[in-house]
Design a protein. Structure first.
Length: 164
């Protein structure tokens, strides 16, 4: 098997199999998680119940995180009428995130993680704490997909569309 065959044939099939193999169970760690927005107001992922929610953990210093933001923006814009929301959870401090977002506009909400965010990421399927890290929640708030690394639009849509 050549590297091209692996990349184009086998790897997408493996990714699809992993996406469908995840159990759809409510994750107490996600339900308990509390964040703040850039204005300092409290935010929780539970406020998005009723929507398919894409939770993207990122940082301003993470190149792949920054590179996938335009795609996340486009997917959110296109699928919002069908009940999809994207939420970015930044691992940086408020000043760094605010400065970054002045030059990079996003249409989706950005919240700030805290000192426990890496522990949260580990509790929901990312033991290494790698970034970017994306979790898809169905309309009831159950975790239905876990994706580590920079996403393609196709991979994200494969995770989201079955839950629309």
């Amino acid at each position: 098997m050549t590297p091209t065959t692996l990349r184009r044939g086998v790897l997408p099939l493996l990714c699809a199999a992993l996406l469908t193999a995840l159990p759809a169970a409510a994750n107490p760690a996600l339900e308990r998680a509390r964040f703040t927005d850039l204005a300092g107001k409290n935010a929780a992922l539970t406020q998005y119940k009723g929507k398919v929610t894409v939770v993207n953990f990122w940082a301003t210093w993470c190149s792949p995180c920054r590179e996938e933001m335009p795609m996340l923006n486009a997917v959110r814009t296109r699928l919002a009428p069908r009940g999809v929301e994207v939420v970015g959870v930044a691992l940086d401090d408020k000043v760094s995130v605010g400065n970054y977002l002045r030059t990079t506009r996003v249409s989706y909400p950005i919240v700030l993680g805290d000192g426990n965010t890496l522990d949260l990421m580990r509790a929901i399927g990312n033991p290494a704490g790698g970034l970017p890290y994306t979790v898809v929640l169905d309309r009831s708030g159950k975790q239905v997909a876990t994706l580590i690394g920079k996403l393609s639009e196709q991979t994200l849509l494969q995770a989201v569309e079955p839950h629309l």
